[in-house]
Design a protein. Structure first.
Length: 271
């Protein structure tokens, strides 16, 4: 009897120590060092995606600089002259275009690696939405980039070119212009991730639609300040960015409501 009780006790102890099952039904146990190792490989894969995208941007670098980045400034009336003020200025411009262009193109890979890293902490019902979440996040980012390039940039440059007296000639340093364009595009892409951030925080139970509605006025103030920090010091570009930011906040409330509902359904599903 004692041997039988001891055997049952050992069996119960082993069952208690048994690691959780993953989505394939295999036993998986991840300690702190395992998480660090997983994080290391996810970072390496994300950096690998940036390197591959940067190489692609280097191959088409001349087209990116001449036909993409310089096109908005060359279409402004009155004309804005772009000049190089340093012997190595063009080299720095192309390096900047390659690196930041690689980052922009590799955003889907970076987002995928991020969600794969946190996948073990998701409910089984949530894991099947990873590809959809990555696709939606990528679309939001690229919409922000496109909004900055096709809407904000032309209007802002036209405002700067026509502002003040015509006696002052408009001449722009190429490195400052490229930095301005790329910074504006990346910043707009990041702020357009607001619905995705709302979705993520709501799935974690940190953010709720009621909280967002209650602090709507405070959020509007923060968004207006954010628009002023991202854009140049003029009311035109600030207003152009502020409008979609406020609309995105309202859309994020809806996304938060959907995310909370999905979280409740995922908790009800058997693990």
């Amino acid at each position: 009897m004692e041997d039988e009780q001891e055997t049952n006790h050992q069996t119960d102890t082993e069952e208690q120590k048994a690691p959780p099952e993953n989505k394939q039904g295999k036993k998986v146990e991840m300690h702190f060092l395992d998480h660090l190792e997983e994080l290391r490989w996810r970072i390496i894969k994300a950096l690998g995606g940036i390197v591959v995208a940067a190489i692609f941007c280097a191959i088409i670098g001349h087209w990116l600089v001449e036909d993409v980045l310089l096109k908005p400034v060359l279409n402004v009336t009155p004309a804005l002259a772009v000049i190089n003020l340093k012997p190595y200025g063009k080299v720095l411009v192309y390096m900047q275009v390659v690196l930041l262009g690689g980052f922009i193109l590799s955003v889907p890979i970076i987002l995928y690696q991020f969600w794969k890293f946190i996948e073990p902490g998701l409910y089984p019902g949530e894991r099947r939405y990873i590809f959809a979440i990555v696709a939606f996040s990528s679309i939001c980012f690229f919409l922000g980039v496109a909004f900055a390039y096709f809407i904000m940039l032309p209007i802002t440059l036209q405002f700067f070119a026509g502002f003040g007296t015509a006696a002052i000639e408009n001449t722009i340093a190429i490195n400052e212009y490229v930095s301005f364009v790329l910074r504006l595009m990346i910043a707009a892409g990041l702020v357009f991730e607001m619905p995705m951030v709302s979705f993520f925080l709501s799935r974690l139970g940190i953010l709720t639609p009621a909280f967002m509605r209650f602090y709507r006025r405070h959020a509007y103030t923060v968004l207006l300040i954010l628009a002023a920090l991202i854009t140049p010091a003029d009311i035109v570009s600030m207003g152009i960015l502020a409008v979609p930011l406020l609309l995105l906040y309202e859309f994020s409330i809806f996304i938060s409501r959907v995310a909370m509902r999905k979280r409740e359904l995922a908790q009800e599903e058997p693990t």
